[in-house]
Design a binder for this molecule. Structure first.
Ligand SMILES: CC(=O)NCC[C@H](N)C(=O)O
Length: 131
């Protein structure tokens, strides 16, 4: 069994800080589970465009609120605590955080550890691994 604590993980290389968000990757590829699990904080007032071409992602809102829009059909979905959005089609999307948002995110295939978004808002398939 693997047991980890968010507070401890935030004080380690599992915490990755980007411009609009930070994310603590509690479970990664090298754990061998076939998915990764992250607690992500989206900073208040930000707009983040993403398109996970190489991954599927589920995003569950723990706290805060905002809006996610799928860009191919311009559909908007309010995100509040208890809502999950599931990017089952590698959907190009934009997330607007009206307040700081805390999200639980699952990626398949799992992230390696230190990935940040590339120019289209995707992660590469291969990246540095957390030791
Ligand atoms: C909602 C979202 O995808 N935010 C970007 C960070 C990502 N969740 C991650 O954990 O790397």
């Amino acid at each position: 069994m693997i047991v980890r604590n968010l507070k401890d993980a935030r004080n380690s290389s599992r915490r990755v800080v980007a411009q609009n968000w930070e994310s603590t990757r509690l479970l990664l590829k090298n754990d061998g589970m076939g998915f990764s699990f992250h607690i992500t904080t989206i900073y208040a007032g930000t707009l983040t465009e993403m398109c996970y071409q190489n991954h599927l992602e589920s995003v569950y809102c723990i706290s805060g609120h905002g809006m996610v829009e799928t860009l191919d059909d311009a559909k908007q979905y309010p995100i509040t605590p208890g809502t999950i959005y599931i990017l089952d089609r590698h959907d190009k999307h934009v997330l607007r955080a009206d307040t700081e948002m805390e999200l639980a995110c699952v990626f398949n295939p799992p992230l390696n550890g230190r990935e940040v978004h590339d120019a289209v808002g995707a992660y590469p398939l291969e990246a540095e691994t957390v030791e």
